[in-house]
Design a protein around this ligand. Structure first.
Ligand code: NAD
Ligand code: UFG
Length: 336
């Protein structure tokens, strides 16, 4: 299939491009490179020994998107493009709603106009809010406490309503849990700008000596050891989940949790990282982070049953590959 990938130069998008190309699909990426760079797509080509088409453009630009649909016979769209920093979304709500909602509407209406029916959307476990774990697709969604999360909930609603009006649409809403790690080669991975918000990139920067110690946000949650529990999923498992969703889509709207189904605490992740990589991660317990919930992990049975997909890589592999990328990334930066 010819797949249009918005945000394909980003963290999850670039790994998904690798899986799509390896599965024999053709890839057309559009990205405005606001949180990524072209070098990543060169690495994707290098890794797969395959070519892809790239347009540097904004997914909210209706005329430009229309032209891409005219230039190519597109069979499906995977929509990754968007802003994703929870804290920043509280400070810049209008920018977040503008980018995340308008891009979703522009793409969906382009699909409608050009008769493209397969759409895969990047949603998030954040839409469950502070529900009872494990989170299952049939649960009522709860408020998410930030504009980023709300933009995902509203995007899901927009796509669901679009599919009610156009019964040819086959839409997958993929609720990712906590994507971590990197391609096994260490060539592509997650390289956040500035101080990382998320646990794994912070841990790798501590391991590298770039940051002195990890701040553990609270050890008084009602969890196994008092620290926050999350469902970490290797980014290559997530990438393969997109290919499975795309290839198995049928008409209507289908929601899938993409996670490992296992909860891992902050302490457990630190210890797994230390064990996998033979390094020590100094840490300090600090106050809880505003807006955090105690535990989030997925019921993953639906994706397994309907897509034949499940996460294969364990927490050790996630830690090893995250560290492997961070080390490579330093070398590349120095080599520049
Ligand atoms: P990322 O920032 O690495 O990738 C997003 C890409 O989209 C970037 O390359 C950026 O330049 C591009 N982009 C942003 N706005 C654009 C626009 N208007 N037009 C064109 N390109 C644009 O983020 P990621 O971690 O790869 O996340 C991909 C998607 O998955 C996002 O929608 C994110 O909200 C969602 N998601 C991410 C996580 C996570 O923890 N990483 C969890 C759940 C959901
Ligand atoms: N944590 C720390 N110290 C840090 C960073 C995080 O102790 O420096 C803790 C958090 O308190 C939490 C756990 O590590 O208990 C994971 O935190 P992350 O920031 O890595 O991940 P979140 O679950 O908070 O959020 C992430 C993304 C969201 C997404 C959500 C669900 O940032 O965008 O996963 O997919 F919505």
């Amino acid at each position: 299939m010819n797949i249009l990938v918005t945000g394909g130069a980003g963290y999850i998008g670039s790994h998904t491009c690798v899986s799509l190309l390896e599965a024999g699909h053709s890839v057309i990426v559009i990205d405005n490179l606001n949180n990524s760079n072209l070098e990543t797509l060169e690495k994707v080509k290098q890794l797969t020994n395959k070519d892809l088409t790239f347009y540097q453009m904004d997914a909210t630009n209706e005329a430009a998107i229309d032209q891409v649909f005219l230039n190519h016979k597109i069979d499906g769209v995977i929509h990754f493009a968007g802003y994703k920093a929870v804290g920043e979304s509280v400070k810049k709500p209008l920018e977040y709603y503008q980018n995340n909602l308008v891009s979703t509407m522009v793409l969906t209406s382009a699909c409608q106009r050009h008769g493209v029916n397969r759409i895969v959307f990047s949603s998030s476990a954040t839409v469950y809010g502070d529900n009872q774990v494990p989170f299952i697709e049939t649960m009522n969604l709860l408020p998410t406490t930030n504009p980023y999360g709300e933009s995902k909930t509203i995007s899901e609603r927009i796509l669901t309503d679009a599919a009610k009006a156009n019964t040819n649409f086959s839409i997958a809403l993929l609720r990712y849990f906590n994507p971590v790690g990197a391609h096994e080669s260490g060539l592509i991975g997650e390289a956040p700008n500035g101080i990382p918000n998320n646990l794994m990139p912070y841990v790798t920067q501590v391991a590298k000596g770039k940051r002195e110690k990890l701040n553990v946000f609270g050890n008084d949650y009602p969890t196994v050891d008092g620290t926050g529990v999350r469902d970490y999923i290797h980014v290559m498992d997530l990438a393969e989940g997109h290919v499975a969703a795309l290839e198995n889509l049928t008409e209507g709207v289908h929601i899938y949790n993409l996670g490992s189904g296992k909860g891992t605490s902050v302490f457990e992740l630190i210890h797994a990282f230390e064990e996998a990589n033979g390094v020590t991660i100094p840490y300090e317990i600090v106050d809880r982070r505003l807006g955090d919930i105690a535990a989030s992990y997925a019921d993953v049975s639906k994706a397994k049953l309907e897509l034949g997909w499940e996460a294969k890589r364990d927490i050790k592999a996630m830690c090893r590959d995250a560290w492997n990328f961070e080390k490579n990334y330093v070398e590349m930066t120095i080599a520049k």
